[in-house]
Ligand binder design. Sequence first.
Ligand SMILES: Cc1cc2nc3c(=O)[nH]c(=O)nc-3n(C[C@H](O)[C@H](O)[C@H](O)COP(=O)(O)O)c2cc1C
Length: 266
Amino acid sequence: MLKIEKSIRERRSVRTFDDQELTKQDREKLSEFMKNIDLPFDMSIEFQFLEKMSCPVVVGTDLYVGAKVKDLPFLNEAFGYAFEKFILYAQSLGIGTVWIGGTMDRDAFTKAMNLKDDELMLCVSPIGYPARKMSMRETLMRKGINADERKSFEEIVFEKSFDSPMSADSANHLFLALEMVRLAPSAVNRQPWRILVDQNCVHFYLKRTKGFNGGKIDMQKIDMGIALCHFDLMCEELGIKTEFVMKDPELASKDFEYIASYRIVR
Ligand SMILES: Cc1cc2nc3c(=O)[nH]c(=O)nc-3n(C[C@H](O)[C@H](O)[C@H](O)COP(=O)(O)O)c2cc1C
């Protein structure tokens, strides 16, 4: 299995950690990685370790990573892309993480991040080694949101029009990259990404969940950034050359919101 594919398939949210401190080597590796995260957006995301923090759903570690972003257009998508890249890297080292955007004391984390007026802190993650057994709370939480389930390929990927679901077979060489989007984490596991493959372009749309209307901090746009990250990293690993485009192709899109596209160059 390819490296990114393995990290994506093996990652799950970890909310129960084993109380062991992160080794110095692992901390250094994460520290180096977070300084140099490339993005398709013209923006930089600043990461930092946060010590002695807590969240109601997390046990067994008090080390967190947070990140801040300037208040610019596409801040949520850019944040989602960058933070997921970090999460997949942590996964490759055997380090557990979970996206936390809701179940936290936002004021406490915002304060710990020392935000400037034009900066926002969108999500954080605890960092540590997964415990062998999940807490009862975590097990129940996963059941409550069907965290182990994903929509089928045909529910997410379409060909030429949103009336025409794409089968895994007809996705050909793009199948794995699209499948990696399907397996992505999303807020409350809502999986709001919809993809339209049209000629040599792969267009990403947001099917907004009712009641999830985002303000400046928009969890479902963060989900879209995560989807773009999975697609991009998998294409890169498969040697599929792509170009990132943010231009609405103005195809019939039901009530879905256009986000961005990858043009397949070869
Ligand atoms: C943007 C975003 C925000 C999230 N916020 C929270 C949160 O506040 N608390 C939490 O316990 N899980 C949170 N999650 C984790 C999701 O519930 C989880 O990814 C999803 O249920 C799928 O499960 P999996 O990550 O184990 O595959 C969040 C995920 C994303 C992508």
